[in-house]
Design a protein around this ligand. Sequence first.
Ligand SMILES: CCCCCCCCCCCCC[C@H](O)CC(=O)SCCNC(=O)CCNC(=O)[C@H](O)C(C)(C)COP(=O)(O)OP(=O)(O)OC[C@H]1O[C@@H](n2cnc3c(N)ncnc32)[C@H](O)[C@@H]1OP(=O)(O)O
Length: 654
Amino acid sequence: MVSTSAVIASLQRDYVEALRRSDVKAIVLTGAKGRFSGGFDINAFDKKPKSEKPVSLSIDFLTDIVEDAQKPSVAAIDGIALGGGLELAMVCHARVSTSSAQLGLPELQLSIIPGLGGTQRLPRLVGLPKALGMLLMSKPLKRVEAHRFGLVDAVVSADELIRTAYSWVLEIVEDKRPWFRSLHRTDRLPALEETKKILNFARVQAQKQSASLQHPLVCIDVIEEGIISGPRAGLMKETLCGKMPEMSQISKSLRHGFFAQRATSKIPNISNLGLTPRRIHKVAIVGGGLMGSGIATALISNNFLVILKEVDEQFLDAGISRVKANLRSFIKKGQMTKEDYESKLSLLSGVLDYEQFRDTDVVIEAVIEDVSLKQKIFSDLEKHCHSNCIFATNTSTIDLQLIGQKTSCQDRIIGAHFFSPAHVMPLLEIIRTHRTSSQVIVDLLTVAKRIRKTPIVVGNCTGFAVNRMFFPFTQVACLLVDCGLDVYHIDHVITKFGMPMGPFRLADLVGFGVAVASRKQYLQSYPERYYNSMLIQIMLEENRTGESSRKGFYLYDDMRKATPDPEIKKYVEKSRSMASIAQDPKLPKLTEDDIVEMMFFPVVNEACRLLDEGVAMKASDLDVASMMGRGFPSYRSHSFPLFCVSRIIFLPYH
Ligand SMILES: CCCCCCCCCCCCC[C@H](O)CC(=O)SCCNC(=O)CCNC(=O)[C@H](O)C(C)(C)COP(=O)(O)OP(=O)(O)OC[C@H]1O[C@@H](n2cnc3c(N)ncnc32)[C@H](O)[C@@H]1OP(=O)(O)O
């Protein structure tokens, strides 16, 4: 792979040469293989720049040489123009794109300040509100919108792209078209007062979106500097802010996450065998509950033919209604059109028996966590499906060999553990036994990519990887409460650390019945490191089941708003009296960091065991599992270096 600095150096050399040559009137910049540019090589940010002198590519090259040149340039954009790629295109004096083009500045999702003038040129081309939305949400613009907002000057077919760009740039030379230097445009910038209002609103939104991250606010400051003090001052501030050490630490974590996520489907002795994924067209789902309907939604949304089997009409209607509700939520979020809704729903059919299973390519079982029921289903599937059909189970904990015990096709049995809600959560945990065939794994990896899930392939054990890694999380929380710490203080500290919710709010969401059932599995499998708190059991016995009963560790109103419940004091006291632990007077002095470490160090230990036992193949897979399966804050692996399991450290087990 050619290094970024080499690419930039050759671009600069060729550009200067083109400007020098008298036989060159104008310049067209374009990409290769249907892509303009995916942006800077993200790896380059870990390399120390050769020269100590801060060479500003943005000013010395792009602005002074390209934009202020005596010869016009036009960017011919096909495919993606992201990050530095779009910034380069915006330096040109016009932009022509194909209808497949995607143009965006996704840098902030990596805690990188767009460093080639994007913070100055984008607002001047598309207007301040649109530019802020694109930058802060890392949301690209596509064809019609890109043209409507003025990011591109024309949208043509791929065949016409270069020819149109050539004629466009020559018409600029002949003064038949305007010669815009986007850095100096002001026609799309609001008045100063309006600018301040828009920027302050953006600051509030950025804070709401992620209070702990500074780089979105820094980016807004850089934009503001350019509008108030002039675009060149903005470029200077952009260059300086791009080098802020604290942001580069967070960026290091986010860039690790970017590559780790892409590395999960690289599985030694599986993905490098050259196996061709088989055509998967029709998928059957057994069980139309919360998970089954979510999985069905994910599949039909990505054009799979799906049959949903339930035990009777009532359950089937309920399952299909859940799928419809899920699709409507996509429409509400602007992720699906009303026309799409009908076409996707037409891919789903409900059944009450196995008759239509004969030509299914994959079956995903998603019934309750009952071993004998699952065994019966797999035995029936073997009778009704063709001999290459893949049998997947959505179980979150049960040993796959147990599930497939009553079949003779263990090579086709695999785990497809979705995370609730299955049509939203990005992670798919693929569990293989030592008998699962490589072809079946490759096929399911392909399904995962098609439904836009990030797969991690793990071995077969109680809890697999994600739930096993995090089972100490709730254990320690209950231990700390039995030792005297407050339930809501623990939840507050963990939420403040960056988790989507604390362990007790999570227990309410999952439901106490599931929590108690899965704990039994862990007690059987890992008795030596199991803390048997009675807290949840006590509450379950008094019909507190969590969010579903509107009473758990919190009280819930009709809008699912959680409010601390003073009533739980009696359960906590009963649990403490049953625990054989003396109240620790030092406990109230625990700092928030102490609590975070006590909650996460055992998780890191469990992660290291998963690696040591070969259940997980790469530490970075477990980083991805934590971030995408449990919402561990991706920007945190730097401040909690122990957690970034890639740097394995065995810790004394708390
Ligand atoms: C000159 C020395 C530099 C020293 C540093 C000093 C800096 C000073 C100046 C600052 C300049 C800043 C310029 C700019 O503002 C900053 C940037 O441009 S940051 C990068 C912005 N771009 C992105 O964030 C895009 C990220 N990529 C994607 O979104 C997607 O990959 C894609 C491009 C849409 C393609 O998607 P897919 O087709 O699904 O393919 P994959 O995602 O699987 O990717 C395929 C393959 O490519 C690797 N890859 C993709 N993008 C990058 C990238 N930007 N850098 C490095 N590698 C990239 C990806 O990891 C996959 O690799 P594989 O797994 O196949 O090995």
